[in-house]
Design a protein around this ligand. Sequence first.
Ligand code: NAP
Length: 263
Amino acid sequence: MNGAQRSQTREPHVLVTGASGGLGAALARHHAALGHRLTLWGRNEERLNAVAGSCRALGAMVVTRIVDLENPTAAEHAYLEDDARDPVDIAIFNAGLSDIRAPDALTEDPERVRALGLVNYVTPSVLATVAAGKMLPRGGRIIMIGSVAAFHDLPFGTAYSGSKAGLARFSTALDLYTRPRSVPVLLVSPGFIDTPMSRRLSGARPFLVKPARAARLIVEASAQGKRHIVFPWPFHVLRIIDMLAPYRLRAALLGRVKVTQSP
Ligand SMILES: NC(=O)c1ccc[n+]([C@@H]2O[C@H](COP(=O)([O-])OP(=O)(O)OC[C@H]3O[C@@H](n4cnc5c(N)ncnc54)[C@H](OP(=O)(O)O)[C@@H]3O)[C@@H](O)[C@H]2O)c1
């Protein structure tokens, strides 16, 4: 039975990582309002239960799971268990970690670089591979939450821009293989979303998007079968400028950006 046939017989089962807050919670609530069944993953049990409660209040059936995505092997086993219980139709790999080099530090913290590599790149890539393997015989959709940081060499956030660039390339490469076989992969590259992650940053957050609006844009783009969305649109323009600008200009501009974060 393929994905289209399955969706005629039952509401989709949606798995969301990082559902305990921010964008993941908004994605969970958006799908709950559509009547979809949810499996919500997070690390903080209290926050995850609160989000699950708000989804149940919207009428959704919800299962929760505590998973630390710094452990890709445990995450892989968890995905296989959840898929065996109820085959996943839409897998949203949303969880992420950010970091900015401290102003008085010579480099980013190597432990933090490791964590960002695992949570932003290694584990979602492992999980998307596992999800694709399960979905290819039956259909399904995968959504990878990247960042516009992937488009730029951020000297103050090497681990964040590097891990998101890796994720972006992984997503589009996977999509080339799986899309013709009924499993499209959507790469999402957002600018600033008003969540705890961006609230930690000092200074302006230009073109800030509310999480509920971001969730709607993402769900619509996936339903329309898009490969990549960048929002809000000015970040598209910045991406093109970055691609066309000569190295010295890019280095001068990016070297001048000053960003700090609260703990
Ligand atoms: N906010 C922005 O401006 C922005 C911009 C571009 C891209 N993004 C991307 O959007 C996604 C969602 O971010 P957000 O803004 O919603 O951030 P957030 O509010 O900080 O939420 C991050 C989520 O990821 C989970 N997470 C982090 N580390 C984890 C780990 N080791 N194991 C399991 N779960 C973990 C958190 O779980 P717990 O809370 O339970 O620990 C939380 O649910 C991320 O991929 C982020 O990179 C955000």
